[in-house]
Design a protein around this ligand. Sequence first.
Ligand SMILES: NC(=O)c1ccc[n+]([C@@H]2O[C@H](COP(=O)([O-])OP(=O)(O)OC[C@H]3O[C@@H](n4cnc5c(N)ncnc54)[C@H](OP(=O)(O)O)[C@@H]3O)[C@@H](O)[C@H]2O)c1
Length: 239
Amino acid sequence: MTLLNQTAIITGAGKGIGRATAFALAKEGVNLGLLARNHAELEALQQELTSTYSIKVSITTADISTRAEAERAVATLIAELGSLDILINNAGTATFGTLIDMEPEQWEQIIQTNLMGTYYVTRSSLPTMLAQKSGSIINIASTAGERGFATGSAYCASKFAVLGMTEALMQEVRKSNIRVTALTPSTVNTPLAVNAGLPIGDEDRMMQAEDVAELILAALKLPQRVFMKTAGIWTTNPQ
Ligand SMILES: NC(=O)c1ccc[n+]([C@@H]2O[C@H](COP(=O)([O-])OP(=O)(O)OC[C@H]3O[C@@H](n4cnc5c(N)ncnc54)[C@H](OP(=O)(O)O)[C@@H]3O)[C@@H](O)[C@H]2O)c1
């Protein structure tokens, strides 16, 4: 299925998986609405994309953990793009620490961003997709959404919740021809992983952001009659 001239919103597009996905979709001729908090990163990305590809790229800064900001950002991007076919819920944050040691504010921030932010952005995007009776939503969860580990209580809770929300929404909107998919990558070599002190190891064997973007593209290119419910991808580098 061609993605040419479709429109996509990518949250957390400034770096890591979101940025790689922006390039992968741009190459397919998808017009992009990019969202993150860091304006300079978005502006540089917009410049790079529009100088390489003949697509429209809109950017807006927003903190998706705040409902009003998430709603405003999605409304702005849809208005500028004129439509919305694809939503990539990628923005996320990770801090690790034992449940007893983590400050409640840190714990709340992870849930507020990874779960509530994903919910706010999705809820703001859905009316457009429901009206046109088509669309694809891809939520970037994690292996941390499938199994808990010590120091991961907040991150795991947020990603388990995203998987639950994904499956419930999938059942709600499949009859409207809207596909909802969750991806559960293991460690990916991105600023998030590096900053969180996750083992990156041998770069040649460690999964890269571009690899996740390839899977996102594959999911989006499936014929509209079929969709990928979840997909787990693992790095070959043993940790
Ligand atoms: N890297 C991994 O090992 C790994 C594995 C499995 C799943 N994931 C998931 O993959 C997704 C992308 O992660 P990544 O590794 O690419 O991370 P990253 O390199 O840190 O990029 C995260 C992006 O999200 C944005 N963001 C964070 N908080 C935000 C907020 N409150 N509002 C708006 N934007 C926000 C960041 O930009 P600003 O700071 O400018 O807002 C950045 O553009 C996350 O959901 C993560 O949980 C990552």
